[in-house]
Design a protein around this ligand. Structure first.
Ligand SMILES: NC(=O)c1ccc[n+]([C@@H]2O[C@H](COP(=O)([O-])OP(=O)(O)OC[C@H]3O[C@@H](n4cnc5c(N)ncnc54)[C@H](O)[C@@H]3O)[C@@H](O)[C@H]2O)c1
Length: 263
């Protein structure tokens, strides 16, 4: 074995689908034992089984990241099972304002959608860090990666609440990174552009015209693959990024770089 994460233990929330599943497989391929957490048991169990089928070690813990008690239990389960926690990818998230391409203007968004979006996307990340950081401090260090988005870096019309939640993830990431840098815990964010996952399929309904429009909003002219986000997560978790903390890493085909005039 000579993987970048040999001997390490990694935790992935939202690991039952899309980017979280790809990251679970990629972390395991580099030698990490992977604790897959998700509110959806079927997808989470399936990801853990996929890791094991490929020769890795993995277990699934059903977790709703909006519940402090469940997040605390998730972290304890990881440490009880594998003895330590080295890496965490806090990735569970929801997009509730866009369905079948129909965006929601800020004034039309419901209080329920606001509360649910902030609860999963922002409070969930904070709760995960709240229980992960002490375990990493005990072990003398670790690496946390939080999923923000290109929507954490720029405004997007019709997605104000999702955008606010993802901007918040970057604020949490940068502040916590400063707090724990001297203790050896690095904390970064990854900012995917539109990436082909079930979340995007819910938005487009597989409509080819809508998929083409989404792809054309990214300068590289296509959607990302979950594996391309996972590669950045592996790098941020590994010692290859040992001098990187408090960073929001765009993996977005250039989407958040500025105005892209497709004339
Ligand atoms: N796909 C994209 O284009 C894109 C772009 C930028 C950012 N993101 C972000 O990437 C992350 C992963 O998204 P994805 O595209 O893989 O979506 P996805 O819908 O395929 O996967 C999200 C996973 O999170 C889980 N989840 C939802 N609420 C949860 C909760 N309360 N507790 C635990 N798990 C919960 C779901 O069950 C699901 O398995 C999200 O934070 C999303 O906002 C996605």
């Amino acid at each position: 074995m000579d993987g970048a994460l040999d001997g390490r233990v990694a935790l992935v929330t939202g690991g039952g689908s899309g980017i979280g599943r790809a990251a679970s497989l990629a972390l395991a391929a580099e030698g990490a034992r992977v604790v897959v957490a998700d509110v959806a048991a079927d997808g989470g169990e399936e990801t853990a089984a996929m890791v094991r089928e490929r020769g890795g070690e993995s277990l699934f813990v059903r977790t709703d990241v909006t519940s402090a008690a469940q997040v605390e239990a998730m972290v304890s389960r990881a440490v009880d099972a594998y003895g330590r926690l080295d890496c965490a990818f806090n990735n569970a998230g929801v997009q509730l304002e866009v369905q079948r391409g129909a965006n929601t203007l800020s004034a039309d968004c419901t209080e329920e959608v606001f509360d649910r979006t902030l609860s999963v996307n922002l409070k969930g990340v904070w709760l995960c860090m709240k229980y992960e950081v002490p375990r990493m401090l005990e072990a003398g260090g670790g690496s946390i990666v939080n999923t923000s988005s290109a929507a954490g870096l720029v405004g997007i019309e019709g997605q104000a609440v999702y955008v606010a939640s993802k901007h918040g993830v970057i604020g949490l990431t940068k502040s916590a990174a400063l707090e724990y840098a001297a203790s050896g815990v690095r904390i970064n964010a990854v900012c995917p552009g539109s990436t082909r996952t079930p979340m995007i399929d819910d938005i487009t309904g597989h409509d080819p015209g809508m998929e083409a429009r989404i792809a054309s909003n990214q300068p590289l002219g296509r959607m990302g693959a979950p594996e391309e986000i996972a590669a950045a997560v592996v790098w941020l978790c590994s010692d290859a990024s040992s001098f990187v903390t408090g960073h929001a890493l765009s993996v977005d085909g250039g989407m958040a770089s500025g105005l892209f005039l497709t004339t």
